[in-house]
Ligand binder design. Structure first.
Ligand SMILES: [Mn+2]
Length: 340
């Protein structure tokens, strides 16, 4: 299986020097293309826009903070990215990158390698744009992602936001190791039965002063561990999209309309509860069930430890919905055939 060409660590960025910014903020978990739920959540948080072409703004000056993974897996990736890009441009939102921003951008830039199944769904959606607006979108997205800081330190060091989390010693640092950790988290070097990296729960060892707000790993309810909170409540898997209000520390959530994507690896119990009340959890299904079929052969377990590639979570999975009938295998659409 050809090694995917994926940029795993973003270049340094110092464009968001906002340490002294005290908010208030509404920190929003992994959207993964669930634009309808994002619009509903922003509305519930009090954000308004004059028209769909305008940026959402909060009348009291609150700012949204996106934890990354805006794209891939979900149904309305372009709309989601545009909402976030407009808000950041209008200074009504801040954003940090997730591993999926880098994977998607890496493919857009290089058109090389074979994208993961979730990224393939984004690429298909971008291809539906008319050529001029497709070019504009790609250029805007590239500029947007290239300017994002790998993590944010806010409220005089009382709040840190990173896609996959942060260790105490990385807060406010811009080293390659800090950037990698913020976007991909930590893996043990071992692989699970799907060939995917096994993650370390860094939060149990966290002892920093900053409240670390992050996403990346879906949980049924926002999960508080020590001075950290994971707000990825698995919207794209049929869970919900959640925001943490800061400094109030109140959670505001909207339920997913439906399950948009089914992961290859089983989700933690309770994620995507709506779907699972009607069907057994993915882990309980035999592997011959097409809904749980891996879309690609498991990665070789002997991949070099200590050099984790992107740690997708839960990674490449069989998409549900119309696309699943043509469930693509990695590499079934070589980059050269995808005119972007
Ligand atoms: Mn992620």
């Amino acid at each position: 299986m050809p090694r995917r060409t994926v940029q795993t660590v973003p270049p340094p960025s110092t464009s968001h020097r906002v340490r002294e910014d005290t908010g208030p903020f509404d920190i929003i978990g992994d959207v993964h293309g669930c634009a309808d739920e994002l619009v509903r959540l922003l509305g519930r948080l009090g954000y308004r826009r004059r028209s769909p072409r305008h940026a959402f703004r909060h009348p009291a000056g609150r700012r949204a903070v996106f934890v990354g993974d805006l794209v891939d897996r979900g149904p309305r990736v372009v709309q989601t990215a545009r909402i976030a890009m407009r808000m950041v441009a209008e200074k009504s939102a801040l954003c940090v990158p997730g591993n999926h921003e880098l994977e998607f951008l890496s493919f857009l830039e290089a058109s090389a390698g074979a994208p993961g199944a979730g990224t393939l769904l984004s690429i298909r959606q971008v291809r539906l744009l008319r050529p001029a607006s497709r070019r504009r979108f790609i250029e805007q997205f590239r500029t947007f992602v290239s300017r994002l800081p790998a993590h944010l330190v806010l409220d005089h060091g009382g709040l840190a936001v990173a896609h996959a989390g942060l260790k105490d010693r990385y807060i406010g640092r811009d080293s390659r190791a800090a950037r990698r950790f913020a976007i991909h988290g930590q893996t043990t070097g071992a692989r699970d039965r799907y060939g995917l990296p096994v993650r370390v729960n860094w939060a149990t060892d966290y002892a920093g002063r900053a409240l670390v707000v992050y996403g990346h790993t879906p949980v049924p309810e926002p999960e508080w561990i020590r001075n950290t909170v994971n707000i990825d409540t698995g919207c794209v898997y049929g869970g919900k999209l959640s925001a943490l209000r800061y400094p109030e520390l109140a959670i505001v959530s909207v339920k997913a309309r439906r399950t948009y994507y089914r992961p290859r690896r089983s989700l933690p119990a309770g994620v995507g509860l709506r779907a699972e009340t009607r069907t057994p959890p993915p882990a309980a299904r035999p592997l011959s069930d097409p809904r749980t079929q891996p879309v690609a052969a498991p990665r070789p377990p002997q991949s070099p430890p200590g050099l984790p590639r992107s740690a997708p979570s839960p990674p490449s999975s069989a998409p549900v919905g119309p696309a699943s009938r043509r469930a693509p295998s990695r590499g079934s659409i070589p980059g050269a055939e995808i005119p972007l």
